[in-house]
Design a protein around this ligand. Structure first.
Ligand SMILES: [Zn+2]
Length: 450
């Protein structure tokens, strides 16, 4: 949708100069694999540094465990049930959706996007509101199938080249890096070997990670979780300096932007016996993501431990720009010195999957099967406390057998989920009838289509 409204003015007299804004989304970046979220030392050093003079959100929850619906939620501040982008590759973002880029553009921002994953390209209307939408990806070949993607070096180069030729300020730049998404084939990564005595996984004939290695993830000669995890960490190590280079390059050009970095979803590394995959459930391994905020002017850093939703990203950037969020936006500005918003109590945060729904309320996580909830049956529930991580060495703790203290809250959570379902019962995905030429093959290599 195109907005005709003019720029809002912050206060009386001279309009305040609006800040440049940089939104970085990293595909498949699981929070607890970064050092600042308890991951291995040194992994994601530059990414973590973004929060050191800003804010690190310890529990950020994506609206879906899958790329397209999650990214659409970031851009529209709507849950997938409302914006209509589902896990189906033929769903797309409706033209009447109101996006962050449209809202900033209407207020005078120059808007540009550099993406590196074909599932969020122009053919699915993810370009809504962008003056520049750069989806130039390299044709690559894997197992004799052609596909496209763009690595971090090329993505950062393209974005910097755009900025260097004089992007008119204020600007909003969205950069989506693809690297940690499988297959884990980081440029220049060292050879990996299976450690002796490690669990050896079977190779699945499909893209499912159920009990084995998804077909699209298979790397020659390795079969164990530690070897694949090492290759995943190599992707983060490869990406990290390019994030730093992008931010430093933009800082050097003009007014340093305010930077928000997050991910669209995590990745399973054996949770519930799923390996090297996402999109099959709404476990915290898949929906907990990093969220780091670097203001345009450095300040003392802080950490926010209560859960927040990625629906809050768009309202946050608008607030920092001095703009009102459209009434359609469901999120709210994050609690930051720069938004002037304090933590104002708990609210339920949802994440949805075609078959399963999760709610996080306070520090309680609760998930259940969508169908059994609709039919008022009891089945397949999971829940538990999420814990703020007090020490760097602490690991993610989450789902287990449902403890008594959660059972006491189940009635409330059930009602919350039922209300969410009622709200969205009549949803209809916006679907196109077929995919553009070559898209089926390209999406299959990345595991999006069988
Ligand atoms: Zn993704």
């Amino acid at each position: 949708m195109t907005l005709a409204l003019g720029a809002a003015v912050a206060g009386c007299g001279e309009p305040a100069k609006r800040p440049n804004l940089l939104l970085i989304t990293v595909d498949t970046l699981r929070a607890d694999r970064l050092e600042c979220y308890g991951g291995p030392p040194g992994v994601g050093r530059a990414i973590c540094a973004l929060g050191e003079h800003g804010t690190r959100f310890q529990w950020a929850i994506s609206a879906a465990p899958y790329t397209a619906p999650s990214i659409a939620s970031i851009l529209t501040s709507q849950y997938p049930a409302t914006h209509g982008v589902t896990q189906s590759a033929i769903s797309y973002l409706r033209q009447n959706a109101i996006t962050l880029a449209e809202t900033l553009g209407a207020a005078g921002y120059t808007t540009a996007a550099f993406i590196s994953n074909p599932v969020i390209d122009r053919s699915r209307s993810f370009d809504q509101g962008f003056d520049v939408f750069d989806q130039r990806m390299r044709q690559r070949e894997r197992n004799r199938a052609r596909y496209v993607e763009r690595n971090a070096q090329a993505t950062a180069n393209s974005a910097l080249a755009w900025a260097q030729v004089g992007a008119r300020e204020p600007w909003f730049l969205w950069v989506h890096f693809q690297d940690p998404h499988g297959p884990y084939d980081a440029p220049g990564a060292a050879q990996t070997r299976d450690p002796p005595n490690a669990l050896r996984l079977k190779v699945n004939s499909t893209h499912s990670g159920d009990g084995g290695i998804p077909r699209y993830q298979v790397l020659p000669g390795i079969f164990t979780p530690p070897a694949y995890e090492a290759r995943y960490l190599d992707e983060i190590r490869y990406l990290d300096p390019h994030v730093e280079r992008l931010v430093q390059g933009l800082d050097a050009l003009g007014d340093p932007p305010a930077v928000l970095l997050t991910s669209d979803h995590g990745e399973a590394f054996g949770e519930d016996d799923f390996y090297f995959a996402h999109g099959h459930s709404v476990g915290l391994d898949q929906i907990r993501v990093p969220l780091l905020w670097r203001p345009s002017r450095p300040r003392e850093g802080n950490v926010v431990t209560h859960p927040v939703s990625l629906l809050d990203v768009a309202p946050t950037l608008l607030r920092v720009a001095g703009l009102e969020a459209p009434t359609e936006f469901r999120g709210r500005p994050l609690p930051l010195a720069e938004t002037g918003v304090a933590h104002d109590g708990e609210r339920p945060i949802f994440s949805e999957h075609d078959h399963r729904l999760a709610v996080i309320s306070g520090d309680t996580y609760y998930a259940r099967d969508r169908r059994t909830l609709e039919n008022d049956e009891r089945d397949s529930i999971s829940g538990g406390r999420i814990r703020p991580l007090p020490r760097r060495s602490a690991r993610l703790r989450e789902v287990g057998p449902l403890p008594d203290y959660v059972l006491e809250e189940v009635a409330v959570l059930e009602k919350t989920l039922a209300e969410y379902l009622d709200d969205t019962r009549f949803r209809q995905a916006a679907r196109r009838t077929d995919l553009p030429d070559g898209a089926r093959e390209a999406l299959s290599v990345l595991g999006y289509l069988e």
